[in-house]
Design a protein around this ligand. Sequence first.
Ligand code: ZN
Ligand code: ZN
Length: 176
Amino acid sequence: MSETQAQQTQAHQTQVPDSRSGGCQCGAVRFKTHGKLGRASICHCRMCQKAFGGFFGPLVSAPEEGPGTGLEWTRGEPTYFQSSVNIDRGFCKRCGTPLTYRHPHGVELAIGAFDSRDDLAPQIQVNFDSHIPWVTAIFEAAKREAADDAAKQEQIISFQHPDHDTEQWPEKGLHL
Ligand SMILES: [Zn+2]
Ligand SMILES: [Zn+2]
């Protein structure tokens, strides 16, 4: 390998950050992250329960801002609700998908909004004192067998943006 090739290889390894995409359910807001994501977490606080309409808030820190890193809005932008003095929460104003949690030291992104999530397992639980008492037992509930029917039905009538970037959405001029 020539010196130039070696330099290029090294540059490739050190300068190309992993880039990830995601967005809201309707596709009006899409983002891309450049660089390594921070720690994935779930937050049990009452504000996260409300903001996500869920049992906890699943969030991962966006890459720190810097050369070639950060968070980029590639289609639309979130609308923000200031939930406390130093915090605002971004969501899609068209479909309501929660997208961000922004605090004075950075921004976190909703794990479920990423196009690919398999490697974003939470590493820590935050505000566990506020957890819903039964949340630790939710996966003990019985599993309904008819899930296949529901999946087929959804494929036929879904207006949900797919888990990848699109040139144009809605694809066929659907009025959402
Ligand atoms: Zn949306
Ligand atoms: Zn929280």
